[in-house]
Design a protein around this ligand. Structure first.
Ligand SMILES: N[C@@H](CCC(=O)N[C@@H](CS)C(=O)NCC(=O)O)C(=O)O
Length: 207
């Protein structure tokens, strides 16, 4: 029995997208942040910090979105991942690279221009946005070059590097992040957004 606990956030989308691409049979439980469901005793037993996503599989609780995606691939004969240590390490390094660098700064845009405005009715902190833009200007050219050379982040096939990396790019479509200088990233973004598995994943989340 596999259950994914999520909320309306790009980190939960990563796990649903991966599960859908793998064709897994799972239940999805959507936690309502506004009523504090993620801080309930029941959810704190699944995630020590009361965050999403979290996963329950055969009585085991797991959390951290990229680790969850890797786990789902591992229980699916390593599909979207690799049985070869070097290839698996290349996929892992791309996940870390995107999450720790470009993804981190894209998340600043999402937080400042979407979460702050929608949930806290506050305007974006322009200094934080300028800092994020400065780092993205340094980091996005690497992703552009990678995607110029191959259709996906780790070569010719979709991997969990893509299913983990893409949701923050998708979330930032409603922000002022400007990707017009990066045609290969835009091509990758469109291709992933059109995947039926991605569309099924986002359809599970109330807006
Ligand atoms: N590194 C974690 C981040 C988890 C996280 O921060 N989740 C946010 C939503 S994107 C959350 O649950 N926030 C609610 C809270 O912290 O109260 C992951 O990738 O799963």
């Amino acid at each position: 029995m596999l259950t994914i606990y999520g909320g309306s956030t790009f980190n939960a989308t990563k796990v649903l997208f991966t599960a859908e691409e793998l064709g897994l049979d799972y239940d999805y439980v959507h936690l309502d942040f506004t009523s504090g469901e993620h801080k309930s005793e029941a959810h704190l037993a699944r995630h020590p910090l009361g965050k999403v996503p979290a996963l329950e599989h055969n009585g085991h609780y797991l959390y951290e979105s990229a680790s969850l995606c890797r786990y789902l691939a591992n229980i699916s004969d390593k599909r979207l991942y690799s049985a070869y240590p070097v290839k698996a390490a290349e996929i892992d390094q791309m996940i870390d690279m995107v999450c720790d660098h470009a993804g981190r700064w894209l998340a600043v845009y999402f937080y400042q221009e979407f979460v702050m405005m929608k949930y806290y009715k506050k305007s974006a902190d322009e200094k934080a946005i300028a800092e994020a833009k400065g780092f993205l200007d340094q980091q996005l050219p690497f992703l552009e070059k990678t995607l110029e050379e191959s259709p996906y982040l780790c070569g010719s096939e979709l991997t969990i590097a893509d299913t983990v990396a893409y949701p923050i790019f998708h979330a930032c479509r409603s922000t002022s992040v400007d990707l017009s200088a990066y045609p290969s990233i835009l091509r990758w973004q469109t291709a992933l957004s059109e995947r039926p598995a991605f569309q099924r994943a986002v359809a599970k989340m109330p807006t």
